[in-house]
Design a protein around this ligand. Structure first.
Ligand code: ADP
Length: 556
C-alpha cells in the first residue's frame, strides 16, 4: 500500500492560477505564492458582500484515537465528491501545527487519495502564517519586558503578567521558565512560560477577525496582565497594536491550494481544538462560501470540543449558518470506546464495537441539541471487516439516522458520493439557524455548567478556589457576557483521558480560567490539560528526512 506522501508526490497539480481562474477570481483578487499556493485578497469579502453564501457543511467526529479519525480526510474527500457530482465545492481547513507533525501525527493534510497539496509545504512552513503569529506574539512579550525594564510606567506587576511567549513546537522544557536573569542589564527577572503558537490568543484573534480593522481592535483589547492594584493592562495601553497588526497583515489573507483531484481548498489559521477553539478562520470559511455553492469545513477533535466551539464561538462571531453536519466515526475508535486495547483495534470484535456505539450516540445527541441535521460517515479503514461495517449501518438504521460508508481515503472523491448525496439532501431540509446551548447573558459558571452537562454528559462542575476567585474578578471587569472556550482532553467526554466510551456520573474539574479579551472568550482549563504539549517517546520526527535532490520523506 502506498503511503500518504507517496500518493501526494505522484499527484498532478494544476498551476495555482488555474485554480484561481476556475473560482472566477480576477487578477487583483489573489497573488501567487510560488507555483501551487496563493494568497486571496481580504477585499474579496467586501467585493462579494451581496453575493449569496454557499451552504456550509461542518465535519466533526466521535472522540478520537491518538492517530485521528480521518476528519480532514473526510472533509477533503467530501469536497472532491461534491465536485465529482457537478457541485461547486470549496474546502476550508486549518493549517497544521509543527508540534503534532513532529510528534504523533506526522502531518495533517488529509490522507490517501483525499489530501490537500502540496502536503510537504502545508505540513511544514506553508506560507509563513504561523511564523507571523509567533513573531507578533513574541514581539509583544519583548515589548512587555522592555516596558518593565525601562521604568514600568504602567505599573505592571511582573508576578501578574498573563501574556506568554509562544513557539510552534511541542516543547515541554519551556512550559515554565524564568526570564531576565543576569543582572540589571538583562531585564527584570520574572516567571514566564511558552504556549504552543496554535493555542495562543493571537492565533484565535486571526481566526475570529472579520477584517484588518477588526484584527487591530481585537489585538488592542488583549489583556497582557495586571497592575499591582490588580487592574488589567492591555495592548493598547502599551501602544503595540499597530506593530502587531503590521506583522500579521499578510497572515490575515487566506491561502488557496488544491486537493489531489484539483478541488479548491482554502487553508487558514490552525488553533487546536482541545486547548483552543479548533476552527479555521472566519475569513477562510466566509471566502469559501462566496466562491462555492458548498463549503466543507472541519472543527478539530470530537463534537464535544471542536463542534461545540465552532457553534458557540466561531458561528456566533462570524454569523455563519451551518446547513448540515457530518459526524465521522471509525470502527477502530468505536471499538476503543467499547474497551478494546490499542494494540487489538485491528482485529474484528463486534462485542467491543457494540459497547462503543454509546460514544457516537452522545455526539449525535449534541448535534441534535444544536438543532442541525447530520449524517454519520463511517470512514472505512483497510482493517474494518464487513461484519463490523454492517453492524454500524444497522445500528444507525435502527436509530433512524442517515449513515454513509465513506471510502475517500482509498478511492478519493468517488468513495464519498453516497455521503455527498445524503448531505445535500440534509442541507435542503434546513431553513433555520442553529440553536445555542447557552446564552451569552448566562453567568460564566452557568455557561460552563451547561456545556459540561449538555455536551459532555457530566453530573456537575467543580471549581477550584483559584477558578472561583477568577470568575469574581472577571465579572467585576464586565467580562461575563463572553462565550467560553473549554480546554479539555480530546480522548474522553470527561476531563480524564482514560474514561472512554460514554462515562456517567462524573464531575468536570475547573482548574483555572484565562481572559482572552482580544479573542473575545474566556478560556476554561479543565483537568490537567496543558497549553504546551510534549513530544511522545518516539516522535514522528525520527522518521523524517530529505534526500540530496530535495525530496521530502517521512511526513504522513
Ligand atoms: P483527523 O483530521 O481526524 O485528525 P486525519 O484525516 O488527519 O484525521 O487522518 C489521520 C491519519 O489517518 C492520516 O495519516 C490519514 O492518512 C489516516 N487515515 C485517515 N482515514 C483513513 C482511512 N480510511 N484508512 C487509512 N488511513 C486513514
Amino acid at each position: 500500500m502506498k503511503t500518504d506522501i507517496e500518493i501526494a508526490q505522484e499527484a498532478k497539480l494544476e498551476p495555482i492560477h488555474k485554480i484561481a481562474e476556475n473560482l472566477n477570481l480576477s487578477k487583483d483578487e489573489w497573488e501567487p505564492y510560488g507555483h501551487t499556493k496563493a494568497k486571496i485578497s481580504n477585499h474579496l469579502l467586501h467585493t462579494l458582500k451581496d453575493k449569496p453564501d454557499g451552504k456550509v457543511i461542518l465535519v466533526t467526529s466521535i472522540n478520537p484515537t491518538p492517530a485521528g479519525e480521518g476528519k480532514s480526510t473526510v472533509t477533503v474527500g467530501l469536497g472532491q465528491a461534491l465536485n465529482q457530482i457537478g457541485k461547486r465545492a470549496v474546502i476550508a481547513l486549518r493549517e497544521p501545527s509543527l508540534g503534532p507533525v513532529m510528534g504523533i501525527k506526522g502531518g495533517a493534510a488529509g490522507g490517501g487519495y483525499s489530501q490537500v497539496l502540496p502536503m510537504e509545504d502545508i505540513n511544514l512552513h506553508f506560507t509563513g502564517d504561523l511564523h507571523a503569529i509567533t513573531s507578533a506574539n513574541n514581539a509583544l512579550s519583548a515589548m512587555i519586558d522592555n516596558h518593565i525594564h525601562r521604568g514600568n510606567e504602567l505599573d505592571l506587576d511582573p508576578r501578574r503578567i498573563e501574556w506568554k511567549r509562544v513557539m510552534d513546537m511541542n516543547d515541554r522544557a519551556l512550559r515554565q521558565i524564568i526570564v531576565g536573569l543576569g543582572g540589571p542589564s538583562k531585564g527584570v527577572p520574572r516567571e514566564d512560560g511558552f504556549t504552543i503558537t496554535v493555542a495562543s490568543e493571537i492565533m484565535a484573534i486571526l481566526c475570529l477577525a472579520t477584517d484588518i480593522v477588526d484584527l487591530k481592535s481585537r489585538l488592542a483589547r488583549i489583556v497582557i496582565g495586571y497592575t499591582y492594584n490588580e487592574q488589567p493592562v492591555t495592548v493598547s495601553d502599551l501602544k503595540a497594536e499597530g506593530a502587531l497588526t503590521l506583522l500579521l497583515k499578510d497572515a490575515l489573507k487566506p491561502n488557496l491550494v488544491q486537493t489531489i483531484e484539483n478541488t479548491p481548498a482554502i487553508i487558514h489559521g490552525g488553533p487546536f481544538a482541545n486547548i483552543a477553539h479548533g476552527c479555521n478562520s472566519i475569513i477562510a470559511t466566509k471566502t469559501a462560501a462566496k466562491l462555492g455553492d458548498y463549503v466543507v469545513t472541519e472543527a478539530g477533535f470530537g463534537a464535544d470540543l471542536g463542534a461545540e466551539k465552532y457553534f458557540h464561538i466561531k458561528s456566533r462571531v462570524g454569523n455563519i449558518d451551518t446547513a448540515a453536519v457530518v459526524i465521522v466515526a471509525t470502527v477502530r475508535a468505536l471499538k476503543m470506546h467499547g474497551g478494546l486495547a490499542k494494540d487489538k483495534l485491528a482485529e474484528e470484535n463486534l462485542e467491543a464495537l457494540k459497547a462503543g456505539m454509546k460514544n457516537l450516540k452522545k455526539h449525535m445527541e449534541t448535534i441534535e441539541a444544536f438543532d442541525v441535521p447530520f449524517v454519520v460517515a463511517i470512514n472505512k479503514f483497510p482493517t474494518d471487516t464487513e461484519n463490523e461495517v454492517h453492524f454500524i449501518e444497522n445500528w444507525c438504521e435502527e436509530q433512524h439516522v442517515e449513515v454513509a460508508l465513506t471510502d475517500v481515503w482509498a478511492s478519493g472523491g468517488s468513495g464519498g458520493i453516497q455521503l455527498a448525496n445524503k448531505i445535500i439532501a440534509k442541507t435542503e431540509s434546513r431553513k433555520k439557524s442553529f440553536k445555542p446551548l447557552y446564552e451569552l447573558e448566562d453567568s460564566i459558571e452557568e455557561k460552563i455548567r451547561k456545556i459540561a452537562q449538555t455536551v459532555y454528559g457530566a453530573k456537575d462542575i467543580e471549581l477550584s478556589k483559584h477558578a472561583s476567585k477568577q470568575i469574581k474578578l472577571f465579572e467585576k471587569q464586565g467580562w461575563n457576557n463572553l462565550p467560553i472556550c473549554m480546554a479539555k482532553t480530546q480522548y474522553s467526554l470527561s476531563d480524564d483521558p482514560a474514561r472512554v466510551g460514554r462515562p456517567e456520573g462524573f464531575t468536570i474539574t475547573i482548574r483555572e480560567l484565562r481572559a482572552s479579551i482580544g479573542a473575545g472568550f474566556i478560556v476554561v482549563l479543565t483537568g490537567d490539560v496543558l497549553t504546551m504539549p510534549g513530544l511522545p517517546e518516539k516522535p514522528a520526527a525520527l522518521n523524517m528526512d530529505v534526500t540530496a535532490d530535495g525530496k521530502v520523506k517521512g511526513l504522513f
